[in-house]
Design a protein around this ligand. Structure first.
Ligand SMILES: [Zn+2]
Length: 395
């Protein structure tokens, strides 16, 4: 099978161990959109989406609608949520038809997401091989209560990873790269393997394929999890676009817990009315041409009460005004920064929070992008909208 373009995303925060970790406004849906949006106009070719994650407890049952709207895809696009780690991502790619967008998302530290567009292109995956043994040393429960680890690293390495990897690595022309294990282990599983990466779940194979494409180096990719290994040759027939979003990192606070325990009530009716405009970042356009964000029942320019049609707004903007909120707000980690931003090429000003930077840094005039984020959790229901991500670091 062939891949025509790749995208990778890592969040802007790091935990005490230096691993990338999610901000308070990120989850599986926003991670998937953060990687997928990087493919830009190529998304017009997508007619099916598969989202792979090892963390089924992070799939909310509401994820597909949010991801499709966030990517600007038709709500009727077939969407499959696939539970699995690194081998599942490779198997999903191998089974995918042209037009499939494969999204792989790891929400736990080291957190990352990646996207691959399966379509005739310059990146070829072939010579697949699989080995599978039952070595249940590391298990992931559905409760979200944390991984159960039968703590025998040697058993996992020797009877799981190493044995399965050895069975799928044949003498070949490509150097080997290993996905699905911690970086420090990758080199010890297969003699001469390339250096590993921190990420070791569903996103890892795509991150390594993206690295191979960027380096212009053909590799044999081995994806392992417990006693399961899937290998494939990754061959570059030409240059492949690799779009990457990785900003400078900031230390995450010990907790993102809101200072106020009060809950924001949910309003299903308001959620439903606002969904397309909020999650697709669309303005309501009156027949007189006036644009409103959020859409309004009555036009402020001509007073018409006619239904407004929705059009997507540009995603680039600059700060018109900003403030840091320090008072405890239900559902929010304080302090946080709010901004009114001028959306490029329009007369629309949007009130949004500033994301991915410590609060109080983006000055008036700062340039940035509007990115899909989980802007609130109301009575347990995630509410999605847009936040302003500054382009550059401001001290
Ligand atoms: Zn009007």
């Amino acid at each position: 099978m062939e891949i025509s373009a790749l995208a990778t995303y890592r969040p802007s925060w790091v935990d005490a161990s230096g691993r990338r970790t999610l901000g308070p406004d990120e989850d599986v849906a926003t991670l998937a959109v953060s990687a997928g949006r990087l493919l830009g106009d190529r998304l017009a070719d997508v007619d099916r989406v598969v989202l792979v994650t090892r963390r089924p407890d992070a799939l909310l049952g509401t994820t597909p609608e949010v991801v499709l709207e966030g990517l600007g895809l038709d709500a009727a696009t077939p969407f499959v949520e696939q539970v699995g780690g690194a081998p599942a991502t490779v198997e999903t790619l191998l089974a995918a038809n042209p037009g499939t967008l494969v999204l792989a998302v790891d929400p736990l530290a080291p957190a990352a997401s990646a996207a691959a567009l399966v379509q005739a292109g310059s990146l070829v995956l072939d010579r697949p091989a699989t080995a599978r043994h039952s070595v249940p040393v590391r298990t992931v429960p559905l409760t979200g209560a944390g991984d159960r680890v039968y703590d025998d690293p040697r058993l996992l390495r020797e009877q799981g990873w190493k044995r399965a990897a050895a069975e799928v690595v044949k003498e070949g022309m490509h150097p080997v790269t290993v996905a699905g294990v911690p970086a420090k282990v990758a080199g010890s599983l297969v003699r001469g393997a390339l250096p590993g990466i921190p990420e070791n779940e569903a996103a890892a194979p795509l991150l390594l394929i993206a690295r191979a494409a960027t380096d212009g180096q053909d590799v044999r990719l081995v994806a392992v999890e417990n006693g399961h290994a899937v290998a494939v040759d990754v061959t570059l027939a030409g240059s492949v676009p690799v779009l990457t979003a990785e900003r400078a990192t900031h230390p995450a606070p010990a907790t993102w817990e809101p200072a106020s325990a009060a809950e924001i009530p949910a309003s299903p009716a308001a959620y439903g009315r606002a969904f397309e405009a909020k999650v697709g970042f669309k303005a309501g356009v009156c027949s007189c041409g006036e644009r409103h964000y959020p859409p309004r029942a009555q036009c402020v320019a001509c007073g018409a009460l006619d239904a407004q049609h929705l059009v997507p707004l540009p995603r680039s903007a600059s700060v018109y005004s900003a403030v840091t909120v320090r008072a405890p707000v239900p559902g929010k980690t304080v302090p946080y920064a709010l901004a009114v931003v001028d959306v490029d090429g329009t007369d629309v000003r949007a009130l949004v929070h500033i994301t991915d930077d410590p609060p109080g840094r983006a000055p008036i005039g700062a340039r940035g992008r509007l990115v899909l984020r989980r802007i609130a959790v109301r009575a347990g229901v995630p509410d999605y909208g847009y936040a302003f991500q500054p382009e550059e670091q401001h001290a």
